[in-house]
Design a protein around this ligand. Structure first.
Ligand SMILES: [Zn+2]
Ligand SMILES: [Zn+2]
Length: 310
């Protein structure tokens, strides 16, 4: 029978651990009451119910939280309803990065927050009910299982360097300053899956300096432009940051990185997570990571001028 991890066993939050599999679930039955689509107008446009005042970027507590106690936030990337991440340009993306870092620091400073998960679901194919560009944040009181797995058995520095090396066939893009790299993982589970990480280790979003943030902004704009160019339309994706826990431990092995899981395997064709995969916990990826990287590399991305002008 699967053991209940100590930090979850002591939590006042409604975790359940499946005794057969060890999988952790939150029962969030109240969320069934949330609207699929707002009845009138976009709640995230200026003047909408969640954003009464003009803004560039903006974070607020989710009205329909998956976890109680102000642990779920919505992060608006721009007041422009029709923008994409790449159309923000480097300057706009930099504001999003600053807000991610600020909210990580603010939530992480709470005594009852051990891990800040910054993430985004983009597109109706992955359940994003509102088209306005936005992401989310979950502030957990315990380190979630997937993040803990990576920390318990961390990849050595040399392995990170090799994975993202300039000579890697799976490298997709770097920023002009060479501070960040985006590559397709060796054992990618999703067809055009990406990892984005700094060349020099950084523990978390708040620890990024000015130059790190500017470089990351440029790379993210480039990478998300490539994903939308791949099949000539908005690529639905899930993305999430892994970073140092905020439980007060030193976590010297924690290394900031972004996972991006685009879900199309060809134009308008989602790659479904199927029974053979859920039943085995083994992924079956129809696109060779080297081919995926070559396809993404060959796309124009954004020119330096486009990135500068935003
Ligand atoms: Zn809107
Ligand atoms: Zn990770």
């Amino acid at each position: 029978m699967a053991a209940v991890p100590d930090d979850i066993a002591g939590s006042p939050l409604p975790y359940r651990v499946d005794p057969l599999t060890g999988d952790v679930a939150f029962i969030v039955a109240k969320r069934q009451g949330r609207p699929n689509l707002p009845s009138s107008g976009c709640p995230f446009c200026v003047g909408g119910i969640e954003a009464p005042e003009p803004y560039d970027v903006f974070a607020f507590t989710n009205r329909w939280p998956s976890i109680p106690d102000g642990r779920c936030e919505v992060v608006l990337y721009t007041s422009d309803h029709d923008a994409t991440f790449w159309s923000l340009g480097a300057a706009g993306a930099r504001k999003v990065i600053d807000l991610w870092a600020d909210r990580t620091a603010a939530l992480g400073a709470r005594d009852d927050v051990a891990y800040v998960l910054v993430f985004e679901n983009r597109g109706p194919e992955v359940g994003a009910t509102i088209a306005h560009p936005h992401g989310q944040i979950y502030a957990f009181d315990a380190i979630p299982p997937r993040a803990r797995d990576e920390l318990v058995d961390p990849l050595p520095d040399a392995a990170w360097a090799a994975a993202a090396g300039d000579d890697s066939e799976r490298l997709v893009a770097t920023d002009p300053a060479g501070r960040w790299r985006a590559w397709v993982p060796f054992a990618a589970g999703w067809p055009y899956e990406l990892l984005v990480a700094p060349a020099a280790p950084r523990p978390d979003l708040p620890s990024l300096d000015d130059a790190d943030r500017d470089a990351l902004a440029r790379l993210l704009v480039d990478v998300f432009a490539r994903l939308d160019q791949l099949f000539d339309g908005p690529m639905p994706y899930m993305m999430w940051w892994h970073q140092r826990p905020t439980d007060g431990g030193p976590w010297p092995e924690a290394r900031l990185h972004l996972h991006v899981a685009p879900i199309y395997r060809s134009a308008n064709t989602p790659r479904f997570m199927a029974a053979g995969e859920l039943g085995s916990h083994v992924f079956f990826n129809p696109v060779d990571p080297v081919d995926a990287a070559a396809q993404l590399r060959a796309l124009p991305g954004l020119t330096d001028e486009e990135r500068r002008d935003g």
